[in-house]
Design a protein around this ligand. Sequence first.
Ligand code: URP
Ligand code: ZN
Ligand code: ZN
Length: 466
Amino acid sequence: MRTLIANGTIVTADGSYRGDVLVDGETIAQVGADLAGAGVAADETIDATGKYVIPGAIDVHTHMELPFGGTFAKDTFETGTRAAAFGGTTSIVDFAVQSRGASLRAGLDAWHAKAEGNAVVDYGFHMIMSDVNDDTLGEMDQLVAEGVPDFKLFTAYPGVFYSPDDHIFRAMQQTAKNGGLIMMHAENGPAIDVVAAQLVAEGKTDPYYHGVARYPIFEGEATSRVIRLAEAAGVPVYIVHLSAKEALDAVRGARDRGQQAFAETCPQYLFLSLDDLGNGFEGSKFVCSPPLREKDPHWQELWTGLKKDDLQVVSTDHCPFDFHGQKELGRGDFRKIPNGLPGVEDRVDLLHDGGVVAGRFSKERWVDVISTGPAKLFGMYPQKGSITVGADADLVVYDPNRKRTISAKTHHMDVDYSCYEGWSVQGASDVVLSRGSVVVRDGEFTGRKGHGRFVKRAPADYARLA
Ligand code: URP
Ligand code: ZN
Ligand code: ZN
């Protein structure tokens, strides 16, 4: 099957130009001006006049079916990747979880079993390490060889995913040898627990106090600590879901020193704030960690960080829990609210609207932070995140002028609310191709469960990207 995407504006991280893209089977076969006029034949032609043609977006931080707070994140690989496709995201990298006392192998196998035959678009895995010991350290090298080169550890969530500094440092030393990447959830969990217990003892149990307890300085402290530990171990480090100026300062400082330190933020930290955690128990819809911050100074700092490349990626941390029955587990004690927000479907449009339309950055930078940047840092480039001959034909015909309203009534994520209910955004995906197959066309799903494949990833050239 040959598909010609004609007359569009091809937008890449490097530049934009009028051109056509020929897809042959699963890959891009030709890119050039007026291929149709030059006699290139195709089985189907998609007219992209007035539209952008962008590489499929890549979300490198999702949690399908994550066990958390006595329940599970609601989207499966089928529903979550289907929602992703509607929003122009054609690859995800999800976090496989090592359960305490079990092996990394068992955790990874469990995640393969969840995804295989179910995913609608391509997927890869990072590994969450819950125990660091001689056995799990030994397993890390094998995972790198199997295409899972990144390991997430936590200075947050004592008693759940938390690792003490000596464990983190040992995992960093091992990763320095095997060539992979350490990903850090950097908040000072023990200090947060002290403040949270004091607030609850004062009767301050509403979701709002989840945001109060998790001071920005606790994120800044943990971020600078893990960055310094990574420097000592000689390993590249990537800070996930960065939310606060204090943490960004630590990343910026490290990058200025020449350290291989990278970071992502998420739409919720660019568009939502501590105010959303108010309004009684409704605020539970916005409980995630790190928490939503005060607008000032954090929003402006994060947008500037994205523009100046102190932040390289916008991912979602998609981790959806229903308001009814799941978030409600924390009525009367904010510490029991499952942490996480839905978002995999809306990232591309929110960043187009709030980034490009609002004039905060260029459309090329938009493509960089939602697709090319993550592809490079997570060992998928140029197979993904590029519009080049031989790359996977993961492509989006994007209408930069179409306006749509975000709502739980119309979204495809399996969750009963939207954090952006009623918001109007400018920009939407018209046609989405995953490895040459049209999976979404004009609001209709045309893909297939099981089409998505595991992407075996290699460590990236972190030194070059730093
Ligand atoms: O609140 C969040 N972020 N939930 C998902 C787990 C994590 O820490 O990424
Ligand atoms: Zn986290
Ligand atoms: Zn997460």
